[in-house]
Design a protein around this ligand. Structure first.
Ligand SMILES: CC(C)(COP(=O)(O)OP(=O)(O)OC[C@H]1O[C@@H](n2cnc3c(N)ncnc32)[C@H](O)[C@@H]1OP(=O)(O)O)[C@@H](O)C(=O)NCCC(=O)NCCS
Length: 202
């Protein structure tokens, strides 16, 4: 397959039906990040670049994104920004991190689900929880945004949660930069996407 074509979605996203691997979703718990969680979160992010984003990005950008942070830098960022981890079967299966951008905007900076466990609702739970974190921690913010370098892969996921494309934005990693897609959602319009669950659902 040529790199530019991207993978078949179901080949990348894994399958449903083997919930025993993570325990059932009923066992999924969200909690604030703890210092010992940073290494796992760093690896979840790095793997997403190397194993998924690499099929949509060129090699230089993939590598720049994957290696953008050392574990200790990442750990510091996670400690500095509101972050929650999703735990199932005693294992961290995803995390989300938000940050304030300015007086009206916050950003869903990181949202990563362990690749073996995608398409089981974990990402949606974390995304809603991220919105809840923004409402709680930055109550005067009216919009949550995110920037994705792989819209062909994850834009539909965000659209389902009520996000819409706003434009583009340049993202700079230490060794490469790229124009990426900016998406956003008004937090005060009750626009929570197709499934209608509120932002505190996570
Ligand atoms: C994108 C990501 C967070 C989604 O998490 P997830 O747990 O798989 O998402 P959910 O199971 O909650 O998906 C809910 C719905 O969104 C849609 N969806 C999810 N991922 C999708 C994708 N890659 N492409 C198209 N639709 C998708 C589907 O409609 C899905 O419902 P369905 O499984 O019943 O069809 C996850 O795939 C991931 O971490 N990927 C790697 C990292 C990444 O892309 N992070 C975002 C950085 S900007």
């Amino acid at each position: 397959m040529r790199r530019s074509e991207g993978p078949r979605q179901d080949a990348v996203l894994g399958r449903k039906g083997d919930a025993a691997a993570v325990g059932t979703l009923n066992e999924l718990a969200l909690r604030p990040i703890e210092p010992g969680d940073a290494r796992v979160c760093h690896e979840l992010r790095r793997r997403a670049f190397l194993e998924v984003f690499s099929r949509f990005m060129d090699e230089t950008l993939t590598s720049a994104g994957a290696e953008a942070y050392s574990v200790s830098e990442f750990s510091q960022h996670l400690a500095d920004m509101p972050t929650a981890v999703a735990v199932a079967g005693g294992e961290i299966v995803g995390f989300c991190t938000v940050r304030r951008r300015d007086e009206r905007e916050a950003e869903l900076l990181w949202l990563y689900v362990r690749l073996e466990h995608v398409r089981r609702g974990i990402g949606s739970r974390l995304a809603r929880h991220a919105e809840s974190l923004v409402r709680t921690r930055f109550p005067d913010v009216s919009r949550i945004v995110l920037v994705t370098g792989v819209p062909a892969y994850n834009q539909a996921f965000y659209e389902r949660l009520g996000y819409a494309k706003l434009g583009t934005e340049v993202v700079a990693y230490p060794t490469a930069s790229a124009t990426m897609v900016k998406m956003g959602k008004d937090l005060h319009e009750g626009n929570d996407g197709q499934d209608g669950q509120g932002p505190t659902g996570g």
